[in-house]
Design a protein around this ligand. Structure first.
Ligand code: LRH
Ligand code: MN
Length: 403
């Protein structure tokens, strides 16, 4: 690739890939290892995890095989039903399975009292109970050494005129400010938006702009979380990412893929170029500022049909591939082509990077880290799945809650 005069020479492709992989880490969702389903049912898998220990064990497997998933996102009601009392167990599990507690996700959508919302509920009693749960979650995060408290609200309405949208916005501002005040130094609030489901007329935090304004109003340690499944099909997600980067408000991602709505399918299974374009915006921003933006990469998927651990290993490997491809774009040459409005050449830089087979270099990187070159094959040969199917199988039939 010709080097324009005065520009620093491009290092070998595999060097760029290895450097990118050295800095890439992705967090796994505990609920991705449990039996989950849709409103039409749940197909139970004998090997699925249902205890916190089993979720740590499975996440530990994926981290041991890939080397890039050192933390597990926890959902308070599903993983820490005793709240702070459950938190004591985390230290033992982290030591036993080699993965730490990651983002703490309060649950403000499962209980009956949240029928008309949590932070946005017209009943002040319910609002303060919701606030109490978030404050408890901040304390849990402190107790288990987690930085991020990741907030998603199902709050909204199903019919026009049934909710005072501006009043609810004000309650969200007040409760997010109260939540922010409880943060310990170094902790962050991540505000996740979603346009619809389970609410189908309005959702209180319906898009990136609402999440950004609420995060700003909450305080300096609040950021926006982008769940790739939480967009209308025609939305340009990487443009939203570019704006959040420019605003210094991009806190993290929930990666998954979708064909229609919030399908929570495995990353890159439908539109891998979408995730590549997102990673490209981040890599070009990092190149411009000469530093790594502080972004939490996380997976948020529900594996209703695929084997849960296989699906998670597949997800991590595809994420590595797409991140590695995005690290191959020559940002200086691209900027020059953009300045010259050389459209085909500019787009060509992305297409060249995206169509580069990075898998051989990734395998070399894994071997250089004493990791299996093919984590999926290593998992299949490990006998782990057979072991947990035998251990957990007898219990499968009686599965009840969502995750
Ligand atoms: C909501 C969501 C949120 C989680 C849940 C499991 O759709 O993306 O991030 O709490 O899925
Ligand atoms: Mn999510």
């Amino acid at each position: 690739m010709a080097v324009e005069e005065g520009k620093r020479p491009m290092s070998k492709t595999s060097d760029r890939i290895h450097a990118a992989l050295d800095g890439f880490r992705i967090e796994l969702p505990s609920w991705g290892f449990a039996n989950t389903g849709t409103r039409f049912g749940k197909f139970v898998q004998a090997a699925a995890a249902s205890t916190l220990e089993e979720k740590f064990s499975d996440a530990g497997q994926v981290h041991a095989l890939t080397g890039v998933c050192p933390t597990v996102a926890l959902h308070v009601l599903w993983d820490l039903p005793e709240g702070l009392r459950s938190a004591a167990e985390i230290a033992r599990l982290s030591a036993r399975y080699g993965v730490r507690a990651g983002s703490i996700n309060p649950n403000l959508f499962q209980d009956q009292e949240y029928k008309h919302g949590s932070f946005g509920n017209p009943d002040a009693e319910v609002r303060s109970r919701a606030k109490r749960h978030v404050l408890d979650s901040v304390a849990i995060a402190g107790a288990v050494g987690s930085r991020d408290i990741s907030l998603w609200f199902a709050d909204g309405s199903n019919y026009p005129g049934t909710a005072n949208i501006r009043q609810r916005r004000q309650w969200f501002v007040e409760n997010l400010q109260a939540s922010h005040r409880a943060l310990a130094p170094g902790q962050r609030l991540l505000v996740e938006y979603k346009p619809f489901e389970p609410a189908f007329y309005h959702t209180d935090i319906g898009d990136w702009g609402m999440a950004l304004l609420l995060a700003r109003a909450a305080g300096p340690d609040a950021r926006v979380l982008v769940d790739t499944g939480h967009h209308y099909l025609s939305q340009n997600i990487e443009q939203i990412v570019a704006w959040l980067l420019a605003e210094g408000m991009l806190g993290g991602f929930h990666f998954n893929d979708r064909r229609y709505a919030d399908d929570d399918l495995t990353l890159g299974s439908i539109d891998p170029y979408q995730v590549f374009r997102i990673f490209h915006e981040i890599r070009s921003y990092a190149h411009e500022i000469g530093a790594e933006p502080d972004i939490a990469y996380m997976v948020d998927q529900s594996h209703n049909l695929k084997g849960k651990i296989e699906a998670m290993i597949q997800t991590v490997c595809v994420a590595q591939e797409l991140y590695a491809k995005a690290s191959l774009v020559d940002h200086d040459a691209l900027a020059a082509a953009q300045r010259r409005t050389d459209l085909v050449r500019a787009e060509g830089f992305l297409q060249d990077a995206f169509s580069t087979d990075v898998r051989p270099a990734i395998r070399d990187w894994r071997v250089s880290k004493n990791l299996p070159a093919d984590p999926q094959q290593a998992f299949r040969e490990s006998g782990y799945l057979e072991r947990i199917t035998a251990d957990r199988g007898s219990r499968a039939a009686g599965v009840s809650s969502y995750a």
